[in-house]
Design a protein around this ligand. Structure first.
Ligand code: TTP
Ligand code: MG
Length: 351
């Protein structure tokens, strides 16, 4: 099997730079309000040089780089651009499993007899993506998903990293254990004190040590992955949606908060089910309000990591609704909740 993992470079920021070339070379942060409690969705590479990264508070980003430019995300536009990107990729490599708005796996086995041919395909993909959208992407090529995914991050931006069959374990061994998908903060908390700080150290754990640190199936699976063993296939799925939303127009305008919160609960439950069914997590929750006079407002919040549970979606949606109603009270003819910033690959849960 020859798998490629494609990931666009500084995706949201790169789109903003394309639309306003004067932003290029300047530190640029796409995210929330630096005056308020907004977080960084992404930063361009100029801003990353100041230590700014995704999920950092915008206030902190501004402390690190006071002259950075802050822009708000335009999710539906990124969704449009993403669709053009994936259409361009499919022209070169049709077997695609998109796992997020800006990343996915390609099965190159049929098209590429060897890793050299796979590299040529990766170059063709970069050319196609750049040609149709002006964006750059990075690719990793390997015999499995986990290795391809880690490889795509090695030479960002614009790089291609090929890990030929047989070299997987050696490639992974020196890397920080947190780079292994599935090792989240909680697994790290257990591994670090035991001096398991590299992927190689995890790969080399004996059964007993592994069971003590990461019990059960999860530990075995992570150790396999640390060894470059990953039997997951590229499963072409229909394109994941860029956003999912629900809205409800009332027969009569509604002003009771409680009734509005109840509506949001129903919608959050349905969104949660739909996310769950597709194995997706959402980073952004948006509440939409339409007043009796048809004025429409939306309020969004973006989280550092994705969620799919109804309770979280509901409480965020209610906070956003309350904030909007505090700013502009009034009876509503419609409320809605949407989730976007959808990611396909839920991190393995540590139980
Ligand atoms: P990433 O691929 O993680 O980041 P990136 O494309 O901005 O940068 P890189 O060059 O390192 O790949 O995420 C893709 C998009 O998802 C990103 O442009 C913005 C969004 N995002 C968030 O909204 N919040 C987050 O915490 C992260 C990590 C990403
Ligand atoms: Mg990316």
């Amino acid at each position: 099997m020859i798998v490629a993992h494609v990931d666009l470079d500084a995706f949201f920021a790169a789109v903003e730079e394309l639309d306003d070339p004067s932003l290029r070379e300047k530190p640029l942060v796409v995210g929330g309000d630096p005056q308020g409690r907004g977080v960084v969705a992404t930063a361009n590479y100029a801003a990353r040089r100041f230590g700014i990264h995704s999920a950092m508070s915008c206030a902190e980003a501004r402390r690190r780089c006071p002259h950075a430019i802050f822009v708000r995300p335009r999710h539906s536009h990124y969704g449009d651009v993403s669709r053009s990107v994936w259409a361009a990729i499919r022209e070169v490599a049709p077997i695609v499993q998109q796992t997020g708005i800006d990343e996915g796996y390609l099965d190159l086995t049929e098209q590429a007899p060897d890793f050299l041919a796979a590299r040529a395909l990766a170059e063709a993909i970069q050319t196609a993506v750049r040609g149709t959208t002006g964006l750059t992407c990075s690719l990793g090529i390997a015999s499995s998903k986990v290795v391809a995914k880690i490889a795509s991050d090695r030479r960002k931006p614009g790089g291609i990293t090929v890990v030929p069959a047989g070299r997987e374990a050696a490639f992974l061994a020196p890397l920080d254990v947190r780079r292994l998908p599935g090792v989240g903060p909680r697994a790290e908390e257990r591994l670090r004190p035991a001096e398991v700080t590299t992927i190689g150290a995890l790969a080399g754990l004996g059964d007993d040590d592994l069971a003590a640190l990461l019990p059960g199936k999860l530990g075995l699976e992570l150790r396999d992955r640390a060894r470059g063993v990953d039997r997951r296939r590229v499963e072409p799925v229909s394109e994941p949606p860029v956003s999912i939303s629900h809205e409800e127009t009332f027969d009569r305008d509604v002003s009771e908060r409680e009734r509005l919160h109840d509506e949001l609960r129903r919608m959050a439950e349905s969104l949660s089910r739909r996310l769950h069914d597709r194995g997706l997590l959402a980073r952004t929750v948006t509440t939409k309000l339409r007043y009796g006079d048809f004025t429409t407002r939306t309020r969004s919040t973006t989280l550092p990591s994705g969620i799919d549970d109804a309770e979280r979606i509901h409480s965020l949606a209610c906070e956003l609704l309350d904030r909007a109603l505090d700013q502009r009270p009034g009876a509503l003819r419609l409320v809605g909740v949407g989730v976007s910033g959808l990611q396909g690959e839920a991190q393995l849960a540590l139980v």
